[in-house]
Design a binder for this molecule. Sequence first.
Ligand SMILES: CC(C)(COP(=O)(O)OP(=O)(O)OC[C@H]1O[C@@H](n2cnc3c(N)ncnc32)[C@H](O)[C@@H]1OP(=O)(O)O)[C@@H](O)C(=O)NCCC(=O)NCCS
Length: 190
Amino acid sequence: MANIIFRRALVGDYPEIIALHRQNLFSNLSEQERQNGFLSIDFKDNSQLAAINEDVAVIVAVQENTVVGYVCATSQEYSQQIPLLKYMMSLYPETMFQRQPLSNYRSFSYGPVCVADAYRGTGILQGLFQALLAQIPTSYNAGVCFLAKDNPRSLRAHTQKLGMEILRDFEFKGKSYFLLGFPVPPLPHS
Ligand SMILES: CC(C)(COP(=O)(O)OP(=O)(O)OC[C@H]1O[C@@H](n2cnc3c(N)ncnc32)[C@H](O)[C@@H]1OP(=O)(O)O)[C@@H](O)C(=O)NCCC(=O)NCCS
């Protein structure tokens, strides 16, 4: 996809990120649309994005001044306020990653991530990931994310395209999720 810029989000991007995010919330999609992925947790407002961007990072993919994708990353401290992430982090001591419990790593939470419908399958996800990794402080040595089990598109993209590893599954509020991990910096993969 030509002329896509990947960069740190600016204040003016937040309303567009929220609009793209809300279009892709589970509750706002038809059963058929959900086959191409969906998001589970809404953003509160622009100030939440500002806080996430300040905490670790918000990265956008922009084409002709329009946000066509974004990815967020948050610290474990910040993530405590999101119940699903809080529960996920409580599993780290019993979740193995490369022969060590996840709790032994200095990890951040990857997500949410979204690519606008018309831009899927064009490599934007990889571009967002590379731009995010370039912004991650060197104090981190792992990234962790969750995916709804009934989001096979996202699962395939994150395991096959970004090389993330499924570490376990878990249930939260009656829904099933996979927990994925990746080393920072990531290992080369084919
Ligand atoms: C998830 C998302 C970021 C992935 O980005 P993307 O550009 O769509 O990813 P890609 O198209 O490069 O990769 C998806 C892969 O899944 C495949 N796929 C598509 N639909 C699928 C399905 N229903 N089941 C299994 N695989 C599927 C695609 O064919 C592709 O694999 P291939 O390139 O080997 O053929 C994007 O689809 C998205 O934003 N979806 C809506 C929001 C979302 O789900 N966010 C993630 C929440 S965890």
